[in-house]
Ligand binder design. Structure first.
Ligand code: GDP
Length: 177
């Protein structure tokens, strides 16, 4: 069987403080940092081999808060192949922000056929939950039409699965073209 190397550029979007950098750090280095350092923009590269043997070179752009540098954000969206849109389950406002970001992505890309994953992070903070899982599952299935995962960057729950789901979503979108 012929194996291929695919290159994919991902952008992680979400309100400030929802855990974007923590998810990327956990995925890239297996490290969780309790310090909150607002990100302007960080770029990482990671090689991932899928069960089918194919290699993926993933470029991950970890972006800053939602209202930072709109022109830069638009350019990042234009040049990206896939998106991870993160909210925090203990912050209803960040869920609303996630919806706005998804709309922005759809507007900039001019299509709804976009590799995308909705992520509800901080699942370990269930006692402070403000976003019900059912609500997010329904929004992902009926509105966004994309995979959904609740994750904990802190305890490394479902973090790897975000990237697998995104690569699968990228294949599905490619096949729809
Ligand atoms: P970003 O602004 O979206 O990149 O958020 P950060 O990754 O910097 O995280 C903001 C804060 O939330 C930091 O204090 C993190 O330690 C904390 N945090 C991130 N992910 C989790 C998580 O899954 N669970 C908990 N309890 N805290 C988290």
């Amino acid at each position: 069987m012929r194996r291929t190397m695919k290159q994919i550029r991902l952008v992680v979007l979400g309100a400030g403080g929802v855990g974007k950098s923590s998810l990327v750090s956990q995925f890239m280095r297996g490290v969780f940092n309790t310090l909150y350092e607002p990100t302007v923009e960080d770029c990482y590269r990671h090689f991932l081999q899928l069960p089918d043997g194919n290699m993926h070179c993933i470029e991950i752009l970890d972006t800053g808060g939602t209202h930072q540098f709109p022109a830069m954000q638009e350019l990042n969206i234009k040049t990206a192949h896939g998106f991870i849109i993160v909210y925090s389950i203990d912050d209803a406002e960040s869920f609303q922000e996630a919806h706005k970001l998804r709309k922005l992505v759809v507007n900039v890309k001019g299509t709804e056929n976009i590799p995308l994953v909705m992520v509800g992070n901080k699942s370990d903070l269930a006692v402070d939950r403000e976003v019900q899982k059912d609500e997010a599952v329904t929004a992902a299935r009926e509105e966004w039409r994309c995979p959904f995962l609740e994750t904990s960057a802190k305890y490394n729950r479902n973090v790897y699965d975000i990237f697998l789901a995104l690569l699968n979503s990228a294949e599905t979108c490619e096949n729809r073209h």
